[in-house]
Design a protein around this ligand. Sequence first.
Ligand code: FAD
Length: 444
Amino acid sequence: MELITRTPTSTVVVGAGLAGLTAARRLVDAGSEVTVLEARDRLGGRAHSVTDSFAEGQHGDLGAELVLRHYDSLIRTCGELGVELSDPVFFERPDTKPDETSLEGFLDEGRIIVDGELLTGEAFREVDTEIRKALRNAPLARHEIFEQWTRRARLSPRARGALSGVLRMAVQYDPFQTDGQHLVEGRLGAVRRIVGGSRRLVEALARGIDIRLDTPVLAVRQSGGRVTVETESGETISADRVIVAVPPFVVPTLGFDPPLPATRIGALTSLQRASGGKVIAQYAEGDAVRAALTRGVFSDGPINIAWVGNPYVTQGPAVVSGFLCGADRQFLESDDAAVAGLDAVVETAVGSPVTRIAATRKDWTPDRFALAMGTTLPAAQRGSLAAQFAFPDRRVHFAGDYTVGRLSGTMEAAVRSGERAADEVLRRPGRMQLAEIDSTLVRG
Ligand SMILES: Cc1cc2nc3c(=O)[nH]c(=O)nc-3n(C[C@H](O)[C@H](O)[C@H](O)COP(=O)(O)OP(=O)(O)OC[C@H]3O[C@@H](n4cnc5c(N)ncnc54)[C@H](O)[C@@H]3O)c2cc1C
């Protein structure tokens, strides 16, 4: 049953990441009046491409980069906006068999570094055989923590080391925090990039939208059928609806009046944080680096994986992205340690010294507008958690990569959530489901 109501005409979107920009784009395209308030002096949030110090106009992505084959909404959006995607690269072995787990798909000669040694020949075969035997004889139980499984299955330190890099490909947690389910379900498959960096999508989404940068939001207040957003500088902006599209760990830093329900706060504060970020460097020996690292090289060190960030560039220097994730604060906090760590991974993979042209690094954990790289919702509860996070609170809607179940913590989740939040605002113009009446009209 539906009730005829006034069509919402104005919306404030808080946060100009992929979720907020997707929502704003959809609303503007539907003829709505939209204002986006963004805390930073730039767009994109955790989709952040940088070019400044790199030679030959190359870029690096300090945040989101890999576009997976099942990113349907993102791939469609790129198509609609004329944003080019690269050809795919396989990180897993392209010949991975249907009955192999994604973890087995990553077991590949010459692509895993343990204790500073690239596993090739007999050394690789030993580790490969041991891991496959362990998976067969003591299969990972559903939701068993990865570290627990390596002990139950009596893996040698070398095999554990090999897998500690591989497992952080799936989620950026430490082995003692990673649900083994993430490693056995699904496949990464072919991986594409946004040509020119994630900023190309960000710029295309933002075109023609009223966006105010350097405008951190302090509080969101609902009363009298309107929502008022208060900024840190004391400005207030009223609208029919608000879409809050900030990262999950930032939501508890905003004031909500009336306060958010206890269940939502409880769920938000229980989320696991993926700490860390990326170190990116450009190397002069482009061909050698491309040959060794285009499909990614795993390591048991703090840089768990490094890959060529611009594989569609086939000449000149190569840009390499290294993931810095986990609890090793020394690496997360020091430019020198992070860059030296990436150099070591690249040199080991290439097998000879390399010349670094430029480098940059970002740790997202202390960044007050992110407070982490992100989160992957726990496999066992992701459906219920995502439903809770996505549920509107009267006139306040929520978007962001944590409000989508299976793909939480990805660009695809951010885009899908933005579309969903915009549709909530636009839905059935002038009509409201009976179930929403209490929350949006009676209590609002
Ligand atoms: C290092 C790293 C690598 C990644 N790699 C990949 C990858 O390869 N593939 C992939 O799919 N995903 C990847 N991700 C995840 C991806 O970046 C995110 O899932 C996605 O960008 C999240 O978009 P979002 O809009 O939900 O959040 P965000 O991008 O974080 O956007 C939220 C916005 O809200 C703003 N904001 C925060 N607080 C306030 C406030 N008080 N007032 C106003 N604005 C505020 C922020 O500044 C930000 O712009 C990676 C992330 C990181 C950090």
